[in-house]
Ligand binder design. Structure first.
Ligand code: 6GU
Length: 242
């Protein structure tokens, strides 16, 4: 998969340590050639001598608005760089909330073009002309779409076959889980929160590990974990239950 990002802060998308995409699973996916990440500076497509990408809003009010022309030309140039068609995505608090279902759909695309706005907003006419999917990562305000774009990249890249090591993928849903028909029971289970986890030592600060996890009875352990997932989801995120 190829991921292009349009931003005025391309340095945020470095893929060498200590950048966010330069460590852990995203870095491994890049090194393994499962994904390539190309950040493009929208400023390179400005046509004014100050390389300004934004201007004051018509109608007045605070903040600046990203202008149509630099963004439009940047999209055209980046898309021309390779023939693979892009899925255009604008990161914006006005977008649809990002979910694992959306992440799984995006992971199946050959090429994503992420647009990270960094001002009060973007001129509505260029949004209309580009017709991107609009995605938000939650109901809070970030200074720009860059961190949201990185969240999306991380979530997508870890689904690429081969991105997770054996230990990380153990117990995870398979890449194709959403595409193959699954039972109602399975589809409910996929939405549950995770169960609590424990490792050595058996006792820490007077607290012991639940006895069932030491029993060696795999049936009992699986039942206990499912029960924990259900009770936690009921208590913490009842909105996830059908
Ligand atoms: Cl995608 N952008 C910004 N600026 N803030 C956000 C967001 C995106 N998602 C949640 N908050």
């Amino acid at each position: 998969m190829r991921i292009d990002v349009l931003t005025t802060f391309p340095e945020m998308f470095a893929t060498e340590p200590p950048a966010a995409l330069g460590v852990s699973i995203p870095a491994r996916a890049v090194k393994a050639g499962l994904v390539s990440i190309h950040a493009t500076d929208v400023r390179d497509y400005t046509e004014n001598k100050h390389r300004k990408t934004d201007d004051r809003p018509f109608g007045g009010g605070p903040g600046m608005v990203m202008m149509c022309q630099p963004l439009w030309d940047a999209v055209a140039a980046v898309e021309k760089a390779e023939a693979t068609p892009t899925t255009r995505i604008l990161l914006t608090p006005q977008g649809a909330p990002l979910t694992q279902v959306i992440v799984e759909k995006l992971a199946a695309k050959p090429r994503l073009l992420l647009i990270a706005g960094h001002y009060e907003g973007i001129d509505e006419r260029v949004i209309e002309a580009l017709a991107p999917m609009e995605i938000s990562i939650g109901d809070y305000v970030l200074s720009g779409g860059e961190l949201a774009a990185m969240v999306l990249i991380d979530a997508v890249v870890r689904l690429m076959p081969g991105a997770l090591g054996d230990e990380e993928s153990a117990g995870q849903d398979s890449f194709s889980a959403a595409a193959v028909p699954i039972s109602k029971k399975e589809s409910v289970e996929r939405r549950l929160l995770d169960c609590p986890h424990f490792t050595k030592p058996r006792e820490w600060m007077g607290q012991t590990v639940p006895e069932v996890l030491l029993s060696g009875d795999h049936g009992k352990i699986a039942a206990w974990r499912l029960e924990q997932r259900l009770s936690r989801t009921k208590a913490r995120r009842p909105d996830l239950l059908p």
